[in-house]
Design a protein around this ligand. Structure first.
Ligand SMILES: NC(=O)C1=CN([C@@H]2O[C@H](COP(=O)(O)OP(=O)(O)OC[C@H]3O[C@@H](n4cnc5c(N)ncnc54)[C@H](OP(=O)(O)O)[C@@H]3O)[C@@H](O)[C@H]2O)[C@@H](O)CC1
Ligand SMILES: Nc1ncnc2c1ncn2[C@@H]1O[C@H](COP(=O)(O)OP(=O)(O)OP(=O)(O)O)[C@@H](O)[C@H]1O
Length: 642
């Protein structure tokens, strides 16, 4: 028997719909119809579900289907079809109806007649279960560790029914009563009243409330599991960070002790990045980037300040700012400062700290599920570049939401991508929104085009993603949209805009209603970021300038002279993943005094430029974005894992 490896009891609507779609496929139905044993069929169902990004064991799939069939039967038996109540009992009634009505082997009369249990068992799906249905959903063979779809102990469901002015309470003993053994008559009621009582109504209310109780249970379970997930992720991030600090402490100790030369005064060439303790505790390592706290406990327990006012700005210089009792990011570039190698290294070490460890404890999806909104008739390469880059950086799943016409083309580029041909469908927003709860980051714009309908959909998706607090990177045609309606993203702290010079100029002029001062890009970047509500802004170019309105960071990792189209898509796709990692790490309190969006932006810019450099060394003038994508792995390793 297979042990359960998934986390939750609760199936989301989208997960259930996907399961039903798979279960309803012709070959699956045929296999189930024709076979006495069905375990291999559910293995296939589970595998297909996994390919869609939902990890469930075959046993869980089977139990879920069984439960759905029960709900379907209840709704059908309850004869609620005509008054529209059936949806409350069986949310997926229509889909079930569609599948089961096509099932040749299933006699509808038989379905209606089979009062207790599943009522659908004759089709062979459950014939080899090895357990009986009589005691409800719970009874698995003893050795099975599968988490139950329903709680092991039946939930007593108090039912309150109002008839005229009289309230009646009924207490079923367990869920199997709800399922199949519903008493033919309501208990303990005066004969006179019963004769007037609308039995159908009573049953309807009873079923409705039992479904409600079941739903409440699932909701609570979901909340518990989410809290558990967050705790686990924070723990992972914390462990990793402690290891990194330890490694840096050791390396700084060993390099200073291995040196036979007499100790020199500490050169001020590479100032430390992070200080977690008040000035009196500072002990600067001779070679490390981190100002080592007196102890690790101190490091994690200090209060944090990321307030730009607290940090201060000193134009054109590297400076140390010490604020009593606050962890401060100690140096940065003010407006107009030149790039500084030590500075780059310091931010790179922060990027390193957001990279999640690769461990055997994780399951698919935990390191990032990224959505790309883009891909239309004219542009299929851009969303592909963004989506594949997200995977190559270390995201687990990449979804592309594109137009129908673009979908097959994008799929044909790569089996790695999950492609949804929904962007131009009439209910595009709802179709995309179904996936939002599962996405950790969104990239809007690569290859989106500028058709009104598509831009309107993109706008709605951005709004709904903001409501879910999802990091959003906006590039290319997404920036066109923002130029028309800046309020869509203004002030959203998990938003990052990545304009090239042209796109930046359009945005700037839309905001400031005056031409941009092209002699001082730094000032313009800072100004526009401030006007956007301290949103993180990346002006791409010879140097990538990154600002969150309080400081300007410049990324000048060496690239090459090759400017092939699509490099910006590599940048935005990888940034989508890094933004997720940075915000997760920041939530765990592990990036201090630094805006996580800036850390992600800096990481993605460095990576893109490094890829460009490496690809150019191999291919020279013939370098393309695909060549750069091949370099993501080695470049990432070189920058962030060395
Ligand atoms: N393989 C694919 O599918 C790819 C598809 N892509 C997709 O194409 C869509 C349109 O994007 P886009 O960037 O071409 O459109 P747009 O903003 O009108 O820019 C064009 C104009 O801007 C100028 N210009 C550009 N950069 C500049 C700079 N740095 N500095 C100065 N000027 C600059 C340039 O001027 P020109 O050289 O013509 O004088 C030109 O006039 C979008 O969805 C994107 O994702 C791309 O991702 C590539 C790979
Ligand atoms: N002059 C340059 N020198 C070095 N690197 C550059 C230069 N211009 C751009 N880059 C790098 O290429 C990345 C993409 O910038 P680019 O200006 O090509 O974006 P884009 O025009 O939006 O791209 P796309 O072709 O995908 O639409 C930048 O982040 C930067 O790292």
């Amino acid at each position: 028997m297979q042990a359960n490896t998934t986390r939750g009891f609760l199936w989301s609507d989208i997960e259930t719909r996907t399961l039903l779609n798979i279960w309803g496929e012709q070959d699956i139905q045929t296999a189930l119809d024709g076979n006495f044993r069905n375990s291999f069929v559910y293995r296939d169902v589970s595998r297909r579900l996994g390919a869609m990004g939902f990890e469930r064991t075959p046993e869980q799939c089977r139990v879920r289907i069984k439960s759905l069939k029960r709900q379907y039967l209840l709704a059908k038996e309850g004869n609620l079809r005509n008054n529209g109540q059936y949806h409350k009992i069986c949310k997926f009634y229509d889909i079930m109806e569609g599948i089961l009505s096509n099932r040749a082997a299933l006699d509808p009369q038989e379905l209606m007649d089979s009062g207790a249990g599943d009522g659908l068992e004759e089709d062979g799906e459950d014939a080899q279960d090895g357990y009986s249905e009589g005691a409800g959903e719970a009874p698995y063979p003893a050795e099975t560790e599968v988490k139950l779809e329903y709680p092991a102990a039946p939930i007593p469901i108090p039912v309150k029914v109002t008839v005229g002015n009289t309230s009646i309470s009924a207490k079923p003993t367990n869920s199997s009563q709800v399922a199949g053994n519903f008493p033919p008559r309501a208990p303990k009621r005066p004969r006179k009243r019963r004769s007037n009582f609308p039995m159908e109504k009573l049953m309807e209310q009873f079923l409705e409330q039992s479904a409600q109780a079941e739903e409440n249970f699932y909701r609570m379970e979901e909340q518990r599991l989410q809290a558990e997930d967050r705790r686990r992720e924070a723990e992972h991030a914390r462990e990793l960070h402690m290891l990194q600090i330890l490694a840096q402490m050791f390396s700084s100790r060993s390099s200073s002790s291995s040196s036979s030369a007499p100790p020199k005064p500490t050169p001020p060439t590479r100032p430390p990045v992070i200080s977690s303790t008040p000035p009196s505790h500072h002990t600067r390592g001779s070679t490390g980037h981190l100002k080592h706290p007196a102890s690790l406990t101190d490091y994690f327990s200090q209060p944090v300040s990321s307030d730009p006012q607290t940090l201060g700005i000193r134009s054109g210089s590297v400076c140390e700012e010490r604020t009593k009792g606050s962890a401060v990011f100690e140096h940065y570039h003010g407006v107009g400062s030149s790039s500084h190698r030590g500075m780059d290294d310091d931010i790179i070490s922060l990027v390193k700290s957001i990279v999640p460890p690769l461990t055997s404890k994780k399951h698919k999806g935990q390191d990032g599920r990224i959505g790309i909104i883009g891909g239309c008739k004219d542009y299929t390469g851009a969303p592909y570049f963004a989506a594949i880059s997200a995977l190559k950086v270390g995201g687990d799943l990449s979804h592309v939401f594109c137009t129908k016409e673009a979908a097959t083309v994008i799929k044909s580029y790569s089996p790695e991508l999950i492609v949804h041909p929904v962007l131009d469908s009439p209910n595009a927003v709802e179709e995309i929104e179904m996936w939002l709860p599962r996405l950790h980051g969104l990239v809007v714009g690569p290859g989106l085009g500028r058709e009104d309908g598509l831009l309107k959909t993109a706008k709605e998706v951005i709004e709904r993603s903001k409501a879910r607090d999802i990091p959003i990177v906006i590039d290319a045609d997404g920036l066109w949209l923002i130029t028309q309606q800046p309020s869509i993203i203004q002030g959203y702290q998990k938003g990052i805009l990545t304009p090239n010079f042209m796109e930046f100029t359009r945005l700037f002029e839309a905001f400031h209603h005056e031409p941009m001062n092209s002699s001082d890009h730094r000032r313009s970047v800072m100004q526009l970021s401030g006007a956007l509500g301290n949103l993180t802004l990346v002006l791409k170019g010879e140097q990538d300038l990154i600002s969150d309105g309080s400081k300007v960071y410049s990324c000048s990792v060496e690239g090459s002279g090759r400017r092939c189209g699509g490099q910006g898509d590599l940048l935005s796709g990888s940034m989508g993943v890094l933004a997720h990692w940075a915000h997760t790490t920041s939530t765990a309190g592990l990036i201090r005094g630094m805006n996580p969006s800036v850390v992600a932006a800096f990481g993605a810019c460095s990576l893109t430029r490094q890829c460009n450099n490496q690809a150019f060394q191999r291919h020279g003038r013939s370098t393309t974005t695909s060549d750069m994508i091949q370099e993501i792995g080695p470049a990432f390793k070189k920058l962030f894992e060395s």
